[in-house]
Design a protein around this ligand. Structure first.
Ligand code: ADP
Ligand code: MG
Ligand code: MG
Length: 277
């Protein structure tokens, strides 16, 4: 179990759908990496598709805001994917760690969201939609203890779809982050890039308010989602520009939702925010 080839395991970083992710060090170079361990011997079609997508996309996407794949190798028990180690951990844990509020300042959220748009734009330009964007799949290169602002690293391309010019019709992802047209998929096709943009709206909301706009526990979850009916907490101060992005991204009709270029040109990203925002 501990046989990781020329790496030595240092700890566990996360447990996911098909395997776990461990922190490890390269025995000769001393480089620290994260290794996703996918058990061999699972031959289900779903699993094989997942693994091949993960490797294909993560190796073809080379960008500072995307977790870099280092190497793929086999151990007696696993298919191992060694990747760049994001020492700041994932954004879900990071957001939750801001206690007692459990949310980020608007300034922090904006810095992260802006990077998300740049990294995702790169993926979309290359014809790849992630389809599983959520706080857990966004990593940070460092914790902000030292005062410097962390760089975002998008990870987990296990559900990614290439050739986004054609549309998808399978509902993949995580329900609270799924766009209305994705939840309703099967009835009709959807544009995976536009669905990614919706998920980014959910991510922005979650960073700002420490909760999701649509609650899966709510009996009316689907109905509210399909109508994009959600509320914004009145007790959290957020600028009008920021609310404007949220309002125009969390739009049920994908053809009326802001696209990448419109978001990147939005006035929220211009100038600086008032102190305390
Ligand atoms: P899954 O597809 O099973 O969700 P992920 O690739 O999202 O697997 O990894 C699961 C978790 O492991 C992430 O949410 C994150 O906390 C941690 N993790 C994954 N990759 C890295 C990495 N390169 N550096 C640091 N932590 C990571
Ligand atoms: Mg994940
Ligand atoms: Mg995954």
């Amino acid at each position: 179990d501990s046989d990781l080839g020329h790496y030595t395991q240092l700890g566990v970083l996360g447990v996911g759908t098909f395997g776990r992710v461990v922190r490890a060090v390269h025995n000769t170079t001393g480089e620290e990496v994260a290794i996703k361990l996918l058990p061999r011997g699972n031959f289900s079609e779903l699993y094989r598709r997942y693994v091949s997508r993960e490797i294909k996309h993560q190796s073809s996407l080379r960008h500072p805001l995307i977790v870099a794949l280092k190497e793929v190798f086999l151990t007696p028990s696993y298919l191992a994917i060694a990747m760049e180690y994001a020492r700041g951990g994932d954004l879900f844990t990071y957001t939750l760690s801001h206690q007692p509020s459990g949310r980020l300042s608007e300034q922090q959220a904006r810095w992260i969201f802006q990077q998300l748009m740049i990294g995702l734009d790169y993926c979309h330009q290359r014809g790849v939609a992630n389809r599983d964007l959520k706080l857990e799949n966004l990593l940070l290169d460092r914790d902000s203890q030292d005062g410097a602002r962390p760089l975002l690293k998008i990870c987990d391309f296990g559900y990614a779809k290439a050739d986004t010019n054609s549309s998808a019709n399978t509902a993949v992802g995580t329900p609270v982050y799924m766009a209305p047209e994705v939840i309703m998929a099967g009835k009709s096709k959807y544009d995976a890039k536009k669905a990614d943009i919706w998920s980014c709206g959910i991510i922005l909301y979650a960073m700002l308010f420490g909760k999701h706009p649509f609650d899966v526990e709510d009996r009316l979850f689907i109905r509210k989602l399909v109508l994009a009916r959600y509320t914004v907490p009145a007790d959290v101060p957020v600028s009008e520009d920021c609310l404007d992005i949220l309002r125009r991204v969390l739009v049920a009709n994908p053809s009326q939702r802001l696209n990448m270029d419109q978001i990147r040109a939005h006035r929220w990203f211009r100038g600086s925010l008032p102190p305390g925002a």
